[in-house]
Design a protein around this ligand. Structure first.
Ligand SMILES: Nc1ncnc2c1ncn2[C@@H]1O[C@H](COP(=O)(O)OP(=O)(O)OP(=O)(O)O)[C@@H](O)[C@H]1O
Ligand SMILES: [Mg+2]
Length: 237
C-alpha cells in the first residue's frame, strides 16, 4: 500500500503576539494520491496557514506533517527545501511570474531547485506549457498575456517538476468569472489525468465542482466530505 500523499496529525500553529494568534488549533487531514480537494472557510480561518504548512513553507508549532510518507519533523530546512522542490507545486492568487523572462523560462524555473539542467528544464517546460494550452506562447513575455493566461503559465510552472501534489491558494482570486472558470476546467483536467490537487477558495461554486470539500473555521476543520478515497490513477501528465 502506498503512503498517503499528505498526512497531518493534530497540527497546531500559533503566531507570536499579545495575545498569540492560534491560526491552527489541531488539524488532522489525509489526502491520497489522485484526490482533488477544495479547502473553504471564512477569511482568517487558517486556510493559507494550512497551505503553507502542507507546502513546508512553514513549520507547525506542534503536530506532525508527512509528505509522501516522509515525516517533515525529521528533516532539516535544507532537506525540506529539496522535498518542496521535488514534490510540491504551488499556484498563488498573484501569479508571481518574472516579467523580464520569457514564458518558457518562467515555467522552466519551476525545476530550478530540482537539480535538472537548463536544456532538460526547457524541454519539460515546453511539454508543461502545451498541457495548459499555451504551447505557442513560450517565447513571449508574461506582460503580453491576459490574467487567465498568466495563471495558466503559473500552473504550468507548478506542474513542470511533476510534483506529488499541487497546492493552489485562491488561484482564481484575481480573475473574472470566465477566466476563473477556465482555470477550474484546467485543474479538473489535470486531476482527471492523475494529479493530486488542493485548492483553497472563497468561491462556493468553484468548491462545489470538486469531489471533496474540507471546511475550516477558526483554525479547525469543521466539515470534510471525504471519507471515500479516490481510485489510484495512472499519471499521464
Ligand atoms: N505571519 C503571521 N503572523 C501573525 N498572524 C498571522 C500570520 N499569518 C496569518 N496570521 C493570522 O492567522 C489567522 C489565519 O490566517 P490565514 O491567512 O491562514 O487565513 P485565511 O483563511 O487564509 O484567510 P483569507 O481567506 O483571508 O486568506 C488570521 O487570524 C491571521 O491574521
Ligand atoms: Mg488566505
Amino acid at each position: 500500500m502506498t503512503a498517503p500523499v499528505l498526512e497531518l496529525e493534530d497540527v497546531k500553529k500559533s503566531y507570536p503576539g499579545e495575545p498569540p494568534v492560534e491560526a491552527l488549533r489541531g488539524v488532522s487531514l489525509r489526502i491520497d494520491e489522485g484526490e482533488m480537494v477544495a479547502v473553504v472557510g471564512p477569511s482568517g480561518s487558517g486556510k493559507s496557514t494550512l497551505l503553507h504548512i502542507v507546502g513546508t513553507l512553514d513549520r507547525p508549532t506542534s503536530g506532525r506533517v508527512r509528505i509522501t510518507g516522509l515525516d517533515t519533523n525529521h528533516l532539516s530546512d535544507r532537506e525540506l527545501a529539496a522535498l518542496r522542490a521535488q514534490r510540491i507545486g504551488f499556484v498563488f492568487q498573484q501569479f508571481f511570474l518574472a516579467e523580464h523572462q520569457s514564458v518558457l523560462d518562467n515555467v522552466a524555473d519551476g525545476m530550478l531547485y530540482a537539480g535538472a539542467r537548463l536544456g532538460d528544464r526547457r524541454a519539460r517546460a515546453v511539454q508543461s506549457l502545451a498541457r495548459v494550452g499555451l504551447g505557442h506562447r513560450g517565447a513571449t513575455r508574461p506582460t503580453t498575456l491576459s490574467g487567465g493566461e498568466r495563471q495558466r503559465v503559473a500552473i504550468a510552472r507548478a506542474l513542470v517538476g511533476r510534483p506529488a501534489i499541487v497546492l493552489a491558494d485562491e488561484p482564481t482570486g484575481n480573475l473574472d468569472s470566465a477566466n476563473g472558470g477556465a482555470i477550474v476546467d484546467l485543474l479538473e483536467g489535470l486531476h482527471a489525468a492523475g494529479a493530486t490537487i488542493v485548492v483553497i477558495t472563497h468561491d462556493r461554486d468553484l468548491a462545489d465542482r470538486m469531489p471533496r470539500q474540507v471546511e475550516m473555521r477558526d483554525g479547525r476543520i469543521v466539515a470534510d466530505t471525504a471519507a471515500q478515497p479516490a481510485e489510484p490513477p495512472g499519471r499521464e501528465w
